[in-house]
Design a protein around this ligand. Structure first.
Ligand code: NAD
Length: 369
């Protein structure tokens, strides 16, 4: 039994796994605080019906590594709420406020937005317990999804990564799985740099057009509440077909483990730029490396959002957030890809080496480290 409970533990964590529930408001969830050696943990709050303890543990670890790699004074954590994010707003507010009360005593966790939650949800959390990040401007926040902090970071990482593979951003064909906050801003920032969007998907389907999709029109179409597959200018495909759309840069920006051993062979690209957290299994990462596809790991490439959250938490401005994201993403992407090339490692192994060293150094400076 003890072994069962502690099956997730290794040298870094997790430090705490908390289950919470409140049947009166249909609240059920998990908070995993992985490691706080560098400071109070920042990590997103995900609302989805089909999450698990294991997924939450892996996502919390990704945050420990992401925050350490970015040199932030924060550890890693993640929370999940088992619910449909499309529930009526009034009900969602009561679930989120109940969630905030449930995590209130765990002061070494600072909640941020994630899939199924947003700036408004973070404002409700702060209203209840006085702490959260990714807040609306009206309460002093830097709305990281609205400004596209993560998408900007992805485009910055791509600019560096092009030097390590046979891709030139200007003219590069980009396909994006998940045209939400991360996906649409990654498209916009990459198109500004001369790339062409040739495919995009959401949970209801895929639109593909080798001649290029007008990103601003697709964003307006999606913001009108319509699925991307109903966009008139392109070929309508199924949700899973996005994986085989021929492109130079393929960006997962939706769910975990979308690239697996059984489907990674369908990719027809030169670079995978990981927008989503843990979008590929370890076996899939190995296959990507064997095929010579450059895979820029999630906790390096998609750190823009948490860097923005940290700048907000420490009283910085939107301008300083963008400057910090650019500086850190350039440095870290280059450091990881150079080490991978020089040491003949898969980029994920080089990224874990860099982040792991930083976490261990932070741990050595704490009483129990
Ligand atoms: P979001 O909810 O705004 O968008 C997610 C999109 O993915 C939606 O368009 C949804 O329809 C689509 N989707 C869901 N299931 C899909 C499927 N099976 N196939 C294709 N599309 C599907 O979420 P987001 O904030 O853009 O986050 C996306 C991913 O990026 C998540 O893994 C999140 O953890 C990660 N991430 C987000 C940020 C951030 O700043 N928001 C930062 C780092 C990492």
């Amino acid at each position: 039994m003890t072994e069962e409970i502690f099956r997730f533990c290794d040298e870094y964590g997790p430090e705490k796994i908390i289950h919470f529930a409140n049947p009166a408001i249909e609240l059920k969830g998990i908070l995993v605080i992985d490691n706080v050696a560098a400071g109070p943990a920042i990590g997103g709050t995900r609302m989805a019906p089909d999450v698990s303890v294991e997924e939450c543990v892996r996502l919390a670890r990704a945050m420990t590594f992401k925050n350490a790699a970015a040199g932030l004074p924060h550890g890693g954590a993640k929370a999940v709420i088992f619910a449909d994010p499309a529930m009526p707003l009034e009900k969602k507010e009561s679930v989120i406020r109940g969630y905030a009360c449930a995590i209130s005593e765990f002061t070494d966790y600072i909640a941020g937005p994630d899939m199924g939650t947003d700036e408004i949800a973070m404002a409700w959390v702060r209203d209840e317990i006085g702490r959260s990040v990714g807040l609306p401007r009206e309460v002093g926040g830097i709305p990281l999804d609205e400004i596209g902090a993560t998408g900007f970071g992805l485009a910055t990482a791509a600019e560096v990564a092009q030097e390590f593979c046979d891709v030139t951003i200007k003219g590069a064909r980009v396909a994006i799985q998940g045209f939400g906050a991360v996906g649409k801003h990654a498209a916009q920032f990459l198109i500004e740099r001369g790339a062409v969007l040739v495919g995009a998907s959401d949970s209801r389907g895929t639109i593909a057009n080798p001649d290029g999709i007008d990103v601003d029109c697709l964003v307006a179409h999606k913001e009108g509440g319509k699925p991307v597959a109903d966009y008139p200018d392109g070929q309508k495909l199924s949700c899973d077909d996005i994986i085989a759309v021929p492109c130079d840069i393929w960006i997962p920006a939706a769910r975990p483990d979308v690239l697996r051993e059984d489907n990674v062979g369908q990719l027809d690209c030169k670079m995978v730029l990981q927008g989503a957290n843990i979008p590929a299994t370890l076996e899939a990462e190995v296959k990507l490396h064997e095929r010579g596809i450059l895979s820029v790991p999630d906790f390096i490439a998609n750190a823009g959002g948490v860097i923005c959250a940290s700048v907000e938490y420490h009283g910085g401005t939107e301008t300083s957030a963008f400057a910090t994201i650019e500086e850190k993403l350039r440095l870290n992407t280059r450091a990881v890809l150079m080490d991978a090339r020089d040491e003949k490692l898969a980029p994920r192994a080089a990224a874990i080496k860099l982040a792991g060293e930083r976490v261990r150094r932070a741990m050595s400076l704490t009483r129990w480290g």
